[in-house]
Design a protein around this ligand. Structure first.
Ligand code: SF4
Ligand code: SF4
Ligand code: SF4
Length: 290
């Protein structure tokens, strides 16, 4: 039986979880450059596709620089009143970077009212979810592209876990097992969970309803099916058409709520979804319309 899917922690006002995304914004802090896996669609020159729009590399910040960014944004007359969430989403995998934890600690001390949110590939989620919970994580996104390890082995080139490199089916099996275990633990801790799945035509189409069923059962609140951006090893594949994406989301909607306004934001996005500000510490803000 499916668990209650809305976490016990208060994430009222979170634009990625159903609250008004025209009024409520988020700050992404790009403090996490390293990654512990390799997805076929990732070029590593760009932000993690977990939560980001490829094409522009983020400037990585240290935790203290990131704290200063939050201070500057919260002091800004135009942005401060919009921000509800501090998210860490890349440019690599946040959980492969100790800076993620230090950043949440620093920001949490000074801005306890901001919701803490994190996006991960889930490889080390079972190992680190307890610390994230203690730091006050309110919401979590796990990018999960397959349940079948055979299919996973076509998506993931390698996985580095606890000092060992895995490839092929072994890599996918380990990653998927950890994603599901981590997701379940997070749900049990009352954290609200979104699952991102990259729709890779001809590779994981058939997996999507199975993923929807499984993550719903484990306690996820919402699913975000994202279109493949063909690049890196998958440069030769076609992106799904908008009609195909909508067809898949409509079928999925009968299983779990679908998140439809995702704009595949950059790991350093600040402001309202789709209207991010280019913010530097000098407080020069220019709105970049997508
Ligand atoms: Fe790239 Fe993100 Fe995949 Fe890591 S998890 S390989 S950064 S897309
Ligand atoms: Fe959280 Fe992801 Fe939304 Fe960022 S993009 S605020 S990490 S759900
Ligand atoms: Fe994250 Fe997508 Fe929301 Fe952007 S639109 S903040 S990538 S869930």
């Amino acid at each position: 039986m499916a668990k209650a899917c809305t976490g016990r922690k208060n994430i009222q006002g979170h634009p990625c979880f159903g609250s008004n995304h025209h009024q409520n914004g988020r700050i992404h802090l790009a403090v996490a450059p390293r990654c512990n896996i390799k997805c076929g669609y990732c070029t590593r020159r760009h932000d993690c596709v977990n939560e980001s729009r490829p094409g522009v590399t983020s400037r990585v910040q240290s935790p203290t620089e990131a704290l200063q960014t939050v201070r500057d944004v919260m002091d800004s007359a135009s942005l401060g009143r919009l921000i509800r969430v501090v998210g860490i989403a890349g440019p690599g995998d946040p959980l492969a970077n100790e800076e993620t934890f230090e950043t949440f600690r620093l920001v949490g001390e000074e801005f306890p009212h901001l919701i803490k949110c994190l996006s991960t590939n889930g490889l080390v989620l079972p190992d680190r979810i307890g610390e994230l919970d203690q730091l006050g994580l309110g919401s979590l996104t796990v990018t999960l592209n397959a349940l079948d390890p055979e299919i996973g082995s076509r998506i993931y080139t390698f996985v580095n876990y606890r000092g060992t490199a895995y490839r092929g089916r072994d890599a996918a099996e380990l990653l998927i097992a950890n994603q599901l275990a981590g997701l379940e633990k997070a749900a049990d801790l009352g954290i609200t969970i979104k699952v991102n799945t990259v729709l890779i035509p001809g590779v994981n189409d058939g997996e999507i309803p199975r993923i929807a069923e499984k993550v719903k059962e484990l306690g996820a609140a919402v699913m975000n099916v994202m279109p493949l951006i063909p690049q890196a090893d998958f440069a030769g594949l076609q992106a799904p058409t908008p009609e195909r994406l909508e067809e898949i989301r409509s079928v999925n909607e009968k299983i779990i709520g679908q998140f439809r306004h995702c704009r595949q934001c950059r790991a350093d996005a600040i402001g309202l979804i789709g209207q991010d500000a280019n913010f530097d510490s000098g407080c020069a803000i220019t709105l970049k319309q997508e």
